[in-house]
Design a protein around this ligand. Structure first.
Ligand code: PMP
Length: 283
């Protein structure tokens, strides 16, 4: 089946979809994005993703392309047109098209692109059953990681470090030797005492929508949660480790820099939270 994309007001064949060469997203990475997971044809955590989208746009002084109800309608349409049952929706808003100049014009209209694709739930389940490996690398990002900007150079270089070593994700480490987050996910451990630890949002990380959901699920399970830094060494010695992201849900981590975590198998808490998440998250 051929795919359909939404580009600036029109539904177009995916293979022919394009933007102008002077789109500021193309020239300056001057834009933001969001990724929704689609399960059983429905968008997961809609509210959280919209909240973060408005935050990112506001912080970069990019005008919202349209109101939330209209955007939500297009998101549903793109899911329908691409017949996605399980997969993801990608939305990107850039500041728009203008003659190249670092400073941006006041009256510029934002550019909007939305795509959708199917993804195998079976593959994700198989990966989760085995667990994944992560590798550490220095966090080289800027001071505004709360903004979900398309400017992802440090993230893609980090992911490549992991991929080159056969890993699934990179865990980025700050100047103090503490893990901030993954290149495209939030980082978690379960300590020897059963305490769930993940970095605080005050520490220049992305406010993961899945992270927020998992914190709520942990509260329901009456787990003790500490939003605090942890080192690679502490994570390697932890009972469990996992990552969270819209497209990965809760993904158990079984090796960190080639050192097995716990028994070297997905931990029970990560598996339980993954189940909780999959049961709870459709909105
Ligand atoms: N951190 C970073 C740097 C990311 O790119 C992502 C994925 N968007 C996340 C965390 C996880 O966020 P979410 O749960 O909203 O997908």
């Amino acid at each position: 089946m051929s795919r359909t994309a939404y580009v600036n007001g029109a539904y177009v064949p995916h293979r022919r979809a394009g933007v102008h060469i002077e789109d500021r997203g193309y020239q300056f990475a001057d834009g933001v994005y969001e990724v929704w997971s689609v399960r059983h044809g429905a968008l997961m955590d809609n509210e959280g993703h919209f909240r973060r989208l408005w935050h990112s746009l506001k912080e970069l002084q990019i005008v919202a392309p349209m109101p939330e109800v209209s955007l939500a309608h297009i998101l549903r349409e793109i899911v329908r047109k691409n017949r996605v049952r399980n997969g993801l929706v990608y939305l990107q808003v850039t500041r728009g098209v203008a003659p190249r100049d670092h400073a941006f014009p006041a009256d510029i209209a934002p550019a909007l692109v939305i795509t959708a694709k199917s993804m195998s739930t079976q593959k994700s389940e198989e990966t989760a059953k085995k667990g994944v490996a992560v590798f550490s690398t220095p966090d080289e990002r800027w001071a505004r990681c709360d903004i979900k900007s398309v400017s992802l150079l440090p993230n893609i270089l980090a992911k490549q470090v992991a991929k080159r070593q056969g890993g699934y994700e990179a865990w980025m480490v700050d100047a103090q030797g503490m893990v901030t987050e993954g290149s495209s996910s939030n980082a978690w451990i379960v300590t020897k005492d059963g305490v769930l630890a993940t970095r605080s949002l005050a520490d220049n990380i992305l406010s993961g929508v899945t992270r927020g959901r998992v914190l709520a699920l942990a509260a329901q399970r009456q787990l003790t949660v500490e939003e605090r830094p942890f080192s690679i060494e502490e994570a390697q010695a932890a009972k469990e480790a996992f990552l969270t992201a819209a497209t990965n849900f809760v993904m158990p981590i079984v090796r960190i820099d080639d050192v097995p975590v716990g028994e070297g198998m997905p931990g029970p808490l990560a598996e339980a939270l993954r189940k909780d998440y999959l049961q709870s998250a459709v909105t």
